[in-house]
Ligand binder design. Structure first.
Ligand SMILES: NC(=O)c1ccc[n+]([C@@H]2O[C@H](COP(=O)([O-])OP(=O)(O)OC[C@H]3O[C@@H](n4cnc5c(N)ncnc54)[C@H](O)[C@@H]3O)[C@@H](O)[C@H]2O)c1
Length: 382
């Protein structure tokens, strides 16, 4: 019995002690999510936030004051920060999606470790350029998927890896909200020139990561995708009616993706819809099936206890997996894991070698939708 339970236990990590100088960090993009980054970095005694940048004049300074960051320098762009802060160790990139690639590439080219918010970027071409810059620099690039640190997400992965599901051949995933187009602090999520992607990039990347990470990120081969902006022109779906004038991204996407190892992935995501859910996440294998109750797909966890469906001695049996408790904040863990990777030269917490597949699927869905047919996913050698 203990052997079976051991399969689900996490390996103990050894205690590490860091005696080096404080890690000097810069924040690029001082908007909504930057506050969570600042708060988590400030909890690390071995980190100093030395610089902040935002292209809106005065925003970086006002942000620092609001967050209680003292002694930092302020800049009007990512480049100005990188060019002036010669001994900075790392930056965290909290800009809107369209600025992810240029900021990450510039920082890596200047020998700076990068924590890059999700989604990795907008297109696959951009992701390839980021990966090339990372490889050339030898620096750490981690992508900001804090649900990776959620205990329930870890359990999904442990279940898949334990072998209890047998050979996995079909996955259905996604999520959605009835009225959840994100415009709480302005329009950067809904404008084409800032976000580039709507629901597909914003929350689609999370549900893809949940299942792809669980099964070891197999390579995507083909995709038939659809995306559309169906609700963003309706004033009642946005914080302010005038936002309809700038809405230019998708609020719904669906796709059928073939992965290597004979696995198919059925995906749908919505910022708005006339339904409570577009379906639970289901991972089907030859020995068992896992149902993960859906959430609104923004908090990176599960919507209730998971169930494994299997057959024991010829009988259909269900095993309910109780929800796991998170004792630490997942955002704090995302930041801490990045700092630890720098200090102790550890493997990158959320590596680009995996997330490039996530981005390739997102890019494939967008391109297939534009072309109106299935496309092959081709990822060049990095
Ligand atoms: N991990 C999470 O839970 C989470 C949550 C929300 C948002 N995000 C991601 O974080 C990113 C930012 O989202 P947000 O809601 O904070 O957006 P936001 O629009 O509130 O903030 C982005 C800021 O970046 C600044 N900026 C843009 N280009 C810049 C540049 N080159 N140099 C310096 N500053 C620049 C903008 O002026 C703006 O102030 C998005 O990619 C989003 O997907 C992640």
């Amino acid at each position: 019995m203990s052997n079976i339970l051991d399969a689900f236990k996490e390996k103990q990590t050894e205690e590490r002690v860091y005696n080096g100088p404080k890690i000097k960090v810069g924040i690029i993009g001082c908007g909504w999510i930057a506050e969570a980054h600042a708060n988590s970095f400030m909890k690390c005694e071995d980190v100093e936030i030395v610089a902040l940048a935002d292209i809106i004049p005065g925003k970086a300074e006002a942000f620092a004051k609001k967050c209680g960051i003292e002694g930092a320098k302020y800049y009007n762009s990512d480049r100005e920060l990188i060019d002036n802060e010669k001994d900075i160790d790392a930056v965290t990139i909290c800009t809107y999606n369209r600025q992810h690639a240029p900021c990450a590439i510039y920082a890596l080219e200047h020998g700076v470790h990068v924590l890059l918010e999700k989604p990795m970027c907008v297109t696959l071409d951009e992701a390839v350029e980021i990966c090339k810059a990372e490889k050339k620099s030898g620096k750490i690039l981690s992508i900001g998927f804090q649900p990776r640190f959620d205990e329930n997400m870890k359990m999904v992965k442990k279940i898949c890896e334990s072998g209890v599901l047998g050979k996995i051949y079909y996955i259905q995933t996604g999520g959605g909200r009835r009225m959840g187009i994100p415009t709480p602090f302005g329009t950067s999520f809904i404008q084409e020139d800032t976000a580039g992607l709507g629901a597909l990039g914003d929350i689609g990347c999370y549900s893809l990561d949940m299942v792809l990470n669980a099964i070891g990120y197999p390579k995507p081969l083909t995709v038939t995708g659809f995306k559309a902006g169906l609700f963003g022109k309706k004033p009642e779906y946005l914080q302010k009616p005038e936002y309809t004038e700038v809405f230019g991204v998708d609020d719904f996407a669906a796709a059928y993706i073939r992965l290597e190892n004979d696995i198919v992935l059925d995906f749908r995501i919505a910022w708005a819809m006339h339904c409570d859910t577009p379906g639970d996440t289901i991972i089907m294998g030859t020995e068992g099936g896992l149902r993960i109750p859906s959430t609104e797909c923004w908090n990176g966890s599960i919507g209730g206890p998971m169930t494994i469906y299997h057959n024991i001695a010829g009988e259909c049996v269900e095993t309910v997996i109780p929800e796991c408790e998170n004792t630490e904040d997942n955002f704090d863990k995302k930041i801490r894991s990045f700092v630890d990777a720098i200090e102790f030269n550890l493997p990158t917490p959320v590596p680009s070698s995996q997330i490039i597949y996530n981005q390739a699927i997102i890019d494939g869905i967008a391109r297939s939708s534009d072309l109106g047919r299935e496309i092959e996913i081709e990822i060049p050698e990095i």
